[in-house]
Design a protein around this ligand. Structure first.
Ligand SMILES: Nc1nc2c(ncn2[C@@H]2O[C@@H]3COP(=O)(O)O[C@H]4[C@@H](O)[C@H](n5cnc6c(=O)[nH]c(N)nc65)O[C@@H]4COP(=O)(O)O[C@H]3[C@H]2O)c(=O)[nH]1
Length: 644
């Protein structure tokens, strides 16, 4: 019993770390025990081994404790350094810890957060949402990621992405969750900007074409389900290109913004306004009941845009053309509706602008013809389908032909004779006018040379030059080539141009250089269609013009009362005071001739005297003049309309 007690004491001493003491005690034990020395030795070894292990265990435990403390400090430092709010909660949703960023988000110190629930730190509604999300995660396990907008304690709002994950207890059961909130406000902003760019027009802030098409497609689906009507109004500002050239691009942009603002105020609920590009706007109206309602709305738009715009302290008047297409009558999908509204808008322009027009099926046919004309026009020159006709210009004092105006005709293989009003605008749009214009210039010069060789009277040749040709930097080279080829006296060439502000303002330097160059060559210049459009008096003074042509629309109205007679009288008086020659075109009646005579305007051109005629017919006429057969009245110079 005594031995056993001693042994136990030894072991206890060894366990308490006293290895030498234990060895002494074992020694003592061996002294007054009867245990053999070998057993004593074995016991001593065992005790020593156990002692070493115990000490190692103590040391390891101590090391682990220190390591744990160090790691814990490191973890705290890492958490503190992370700018994103981080928190952890137990399975009941009680906060176990968080970092500084989370304290800033909640607006409470860590001590107050730990031990609290989400309802203690967030407004009730938000707390409910967070709790729902947390419970879901705890039930399903794994991870949870979602985006939401949150308000920080300082009042600032942020877009955040929550990343949450469940952590497990030692037995593997879910013990709680850890969450991090990544601030994605900047990314959201960039995304929004990209979306803005993708869906909105950045000049006006309105929907752009692709967004509009998307909205339209959705609205069409809806309209099909609810069997409702829908309408598109396609708006295009009249003469916007001219306005843009006149007031500059910054002014043009500002005008478009003002137009967008005015239109925005008129869009009813459910409607969408978009800018498709340039000066094209489109409005979609849903739940449309009848045509009258649309017409009324369209007229309101026209009137609203008619009111002057204030730009850089100046009033600017614009007008608009509107085309209307309806669902389901005029198209069932977004592309055809847009196309048809666009066609109707073109028709509105053709009908004199500042107008609205509903789509009709024949417009599709006309558009196809126009496209066909565009294609054919490109080949027509090579195929020799163009020809010039010549309309005499008369000196009414003696009935002599002073000159002729060369007018272009297109002998279309299927359609027959096509007049310039139909194809010149297309040639101008497509740029083909440059080649065509050069051909006209060369052909008219060549014709004049032929007449000279045929000993026919000296004539002046008036050739129409499009603004586009005139703007070309190599325009003078083209003129020189035509003159050289025809060995032609430039003094007998008169170039007629509609010198609109657009032509003159666009690239003023080239325009002036070309005008001076023509004058240096002795070519005279006339302003065509004077009084219409935007020809302004200042050009008469600033540019080297020789002659103005009074537009036939005024001449035609002379005897109908109204302003036309006064305008014609004023143009003649003004031309005279500026020392310019003047010719009246479109003279059709004896009254008109008389009116012009009384105002000392003797240069005339018009059906009263002669229609435009092919060169061969004109030659016969000129020969008759020489032989005295056509001396009586200028009115006798006739030509069947079919020839013109
Ligand atoms: N109602 C009426 N009309 C009359 C009368 N007398 C002449 N006309 C027509 O008036 C137009 C006069 O030509 P414009 O003012 O230069 O107007 C021309 C001109 O601006 C343009 N054009 C014609 N040929 C050319 C060309 O070779 N190049 C360019 N760039 N334009 C051309 O096309 C316009 C129309 O030419 P056209 O159809 O040949 O029409 C011609 C002519 O046939 C009349 O008494 N009554």
């Amino acid at each position: 019993m005594k031995r056993v007690t001693l042994l136990l004491i030894s072991l206890a001493v060894i366990a308490s770390g006293g290895i030498i003491l234990a060895a002494c005690q074992l020694n003592m034990l061996s002294q007054f025990s009867a245990l053999p020395a070998l057993v004593t030795f074995a016991l001593t070894i065992l005790v020593a081994w156990l002692t070493a292990r115990t000490r190692a265990a103590f040391a390891r435990h101590d090391h682990l404790r220190r390591q744990f403390q160090q790691q814990s400090r490191l973890l705290q430092a890492v958490l503190r350094a992370i700018p994103a709010p981080i928190f952890f909660k137990d399975h009941r949703g009680i906060y176990l810890g968080c970092n500084r960023a989370f304290e800033a988000f909640i607006g409470l110190p860590r001590e107050k957060i730990i031990g609290a629930s989400v309802w203690d730190v967030a407004p009730r509604e938000l707390a409910d949402t967070y709790h729902r999300a947390d419970s879901e995660l705890m039930e399903q396990g794994g991870q949870q990621v979602y985006e939401t907008e949150v308000q920080y304690a300082d009042g600032s709002r942020h877009h955040v992405m929550f990343h949450k994950a469940v952590f497990a207890a030692a037995d593997g059961s879910p013990a709680g969750l850890v969450g991090a909130m990544l601030d994605i406000t900047d990314r959201k902003q960039v995304e929004q900007e990209i979306e803005e760019l993708a869906y909105h027009d950045n000049l006006t802030g309105l929907a752009n074409r692709s967004f509009f098409k998307q909205r339209l497609t959705e609205a069409l689906t809806q309209a099909a389900i609810s069997e409702q009507q829908l309408a598109l109004l396609f708006l295009d500002l009249d003469r916007f290109k001219y306005i843009n050239d006149t007031i500059g691009h910054a002014g043009g942009d500002r005008l478009l913004q003002l137009v967008a603002e005015r239109l925005s105020c008129l869009i009813p609920a459910g409607g969408t306004l978009a800018r498709l590009g340039g000066d094209e706007f489109v409005i979609m109206l849903t739940d449309v009941h009848n045509r009258n309602e649309l017409e009324h709305f369209g007229n309101t738009l026209l009137k609203t845009l008619e009111k002057p715009f204030l730009l850089a302290g100046k009033q600017l008047h614009v007008s608009t053309s509107i085309g209307i297409a309806r669902y389901p009558a005029d198209g069932k999908d977004s592309s055809s509706l847009l196309k048809h509204a666009d066609m109707a808008m073109y028709a509105a322009k053709e009908q004199g602008r500042n107008n609205l027009c509903f789509y009709r099926k024949r417009m599709t046919r006309q558009a196809a013809q126009r496209r066909d004309m565009e294609t054919r026009l490109r080949q027509a020159l090579d195929q020799g389908e163009f020809a010039l006709v010549y309309q005499p210009q008369i000196d009414d004092r003696n009935g002599r032909i002073r000159g002729v105006e060369a007018l272009l005709r297109w002998h279309h293989p299927r359609r027959g004779l096509v007049y310039p009003a139909e194809f010149i605008p297309i040639a101008e749009e497509t740029g083909l006018i440059r080649t065509l214009g050069e051909w006209v210039l060369r052909e008219s010069c060549r014709q004049l040379r032929t007449w000279r060789h045929a000993q026919l009277p000296n004539l002046r040749m008036a050739v129409n030059i499009s603004g586009q040709q005139f703007k070309q930097p190599d325009f003078l080279t083209v003129v020189d080539r035509a003159l050289r080829e025809a060995d032609f006296d430039p003094a007998r060439l008169e170039l007629e141009m509609e010198l609109t502000e657009t032509v003159l303002l666009h690239n003023v330097e080239t325009t002036l250089r070309n005008l001076r160059g023509l004058k240096e060559r002795g070519i005279s210049l006339a302003i065509d269609d004077f009084g219409t459009g935007y020809s302004s008096l200042s050009y008469l003074k600033d540019f080297p013009i020789d002659r103005i042509k009074i537009d036939r629309s005024f001449v035609g109205e002379i005897s109908h009362g109204g302003n036309a007679a006064a305008i014609v009288g004023t143009i003649i008086a003004m031309a005279r005071s500026l020392g310019l020659a003047v010719i009246a075109e479109g003279v059709e009646t004896a009254q008109q001739v008389e009116f012009l005579r009384q105002r000392d305007c003797f240069d005339m051109q018009g059906y009263y005297f002669a229609r435009p005629m092919p060169a061969a017919v004109l030659e016969r006429y000129l020969q008759n003049i020489q032989t005295g057969k056509n001396r009586r009245s200028p009115g006798l110079i006739t030509c069947r309309a079919g020839l013109s």
